[in-house]
Design a protein around this ligand. Structure first.
Ligand SMILES: NC(=O)NCCC[C@H](N)C(=O)O
Length: 415
């Protein structure tokens, strides 16, 4: 488990008003993406399951698809930050380099001797070279020539990882989440993703642009992933609880958001604990102020436990209530519209698996979606939602769509 970096506010403040995110659909101004790189080249048929990919992507094509995704966002006036670039920028701070090296070197795997040698090697690298290793890892054969003999080194296969690669950095949604003007560093459930938050933590701690950004959630360790967090409306959060976010993660985040005044209602929403529905955003995303696109199979059986402050420093849990009703009530609207994809069960299941329900709103009624989900996209358009289609044949092999691949940092308020 990564210890969170104590947040300091010493670097140069960013100019302009502080970024904030109060909804899922307010006009998107700034977003954090990760252009996939050498870390995807580490995937093989032997490790892809453990590294949470369903195959071995063609990396050049994945990069082209990602560039097109970023291009679509830029063409709509969105500022796109790339995690790799921002990581290098943050690593210019000595404290960030120490934190990055600390997170990457695992004494349990390497033993004290090799761990010390690797730490001193990494500490001497320039920010760019260090960032490459922090994201794409290092095999035993890539280790620098060690002083003296190392049994660990001799006994490992050359291609074994001394530092694990992080191919799922692509899914920036999960490793940090903004609520209001604060950022929460999450706590990722799967071992293959655990170290991602060490990188988001150090970016937000030491990148000059984020020097004034406050933290939400603090140093909680109960699993909470950003794909499970939906900002239904200002002050209203929904948190999926399933394969990734646990009941303890949802309760800790709810208590912290309520206590910090970031929300007045948090809806804890149980979802099936299986890969196809690993996060709430794999079955439901917002496409307009009052509308969601939702996997038909869950439409009538999603429910929610509303959590609110009890007025004396604690929380009150009510429900369970039908999700759509609980959400509308908390949002102060008559009803939350569900774009009825009207699909037969097989098509709906195929398009859900291919992230048809995982759209990224660029503004109210304007979303980015994978082009392959022909039927779902057609229904969205029939309902008046503009769909910006992107190709995801390679990107999708990690099982994540446009919402998973994006962490909004600044959205204009909804008027
Ligand atoms: N929010 C999301 O649904 N993110 C997709 C994460 C996919 C990644 N391969 C994972 O299994 O964690």
């Amino acid at each position: 488990m990564t210890a969170h970096i104590e947040h300091t506010q010493s670097a140069t403040p960013a100019p302009g008003p502080a970024p904030r995110v109060d909804s899922e659909v307010g006009p998107l101004r700034t977003v954090l993406l990760h252009r996939p790189g050498a870390e995807l080249k580490r995937l093989t048929p032997r490790n892809n399951d453990q590294l949470l990919f369903d195959g071995v992507p063609w990396v050049d094509r994945a990069q082209e698809e990602h560039d097109a995704f970023a291009g679509v966002l830029r063409s709509r006036g969105v500022e796109v930050l790339l995690l790799g670039d921002e990581l290098v920028r943050a690593l210019h701070d000595d404290r960030a380099r120490i934190a990055g090296v600390h997170s990457a070197v695992d004494e349990r795997r390497l033993g004290i001797h090799l761990a010390d040698a690797l730490r001193s090697h990494l500490s001497g690298l320039a920010p760019e070279a260090l960032a490459t290793i922090l994201t794409s890892g290092m095999t035993f054969e890539e280790l620098p020539a060690a002083e003296g003999a190392s049994l660990v080194r001799r006994m490992h296969q050359p291609g074994d990882f001394a530092v694990d690669p992080l191919p799922n950095l692509l899914f920036t949604r999960d490793s940090s989440v903004w609520v209001g003007d604060r950022v929460a560093i999450t706590s990722l459930a799967m071992p293959a993703r655990g170290r991602e938050t060490a990188l988001t933590d150090l970016i937000y701690a030491y990148h000059p642009r984020f020097a004034k950004t406050g933290r939400a959630y603090g140093a909680h360790s109960a699993p909470l992933e950003g794909g499970d967090v939906l900002l239904l409306a200002p002050g209203v959060l929904a948190i999926g609880v399933g394969e990734r976010t646990t009941p303890a993660g949802a309760e800790s985040f709810a208590r912290s958001a309520l206590a910090d005044g970031l929300a007045h209602t948090v809806l804890a929403v149980p979802i099936a604990q299986q890969r196809a529905t690993m996060h709430l955003d794999t079955v439901c995303t917002m496409v307009d102020r009052d509308a969601v696109v939702m996997y038909p199979a869950v439409r009538d059986n999603l429910f929610a436990y509303p959590v609110r402050q009890d007025g004396s420093g604690g929380v009150r849990v009510s429900g369970p209530s039908p999700f759509l009703e609980a959400a509308a009530e908390a949002m102060g609207i008559d009803r939350l519209r569900v774009i009825d994809t009207g699909l037969d069960a097989v098509t709906a299941e195929r398009e859900q698996w291919d992230d048809g329900n995982n759209t990224l709103a660029v503004g109210p009624g304007l979303v980015v979606a994978y082009e392959r989900n022909v039927e779902t996209n057609a229904r969205l358009e029939e309902a008046g939602v503009e769909v910006l289609r992107i190709s995801g044949s390679e990107l999708g092999s990690g099982r994540g769509g446009p919402r998973c691949m994006s962490c909004p940092i600044d959205r204009a308020p909804l008027v």
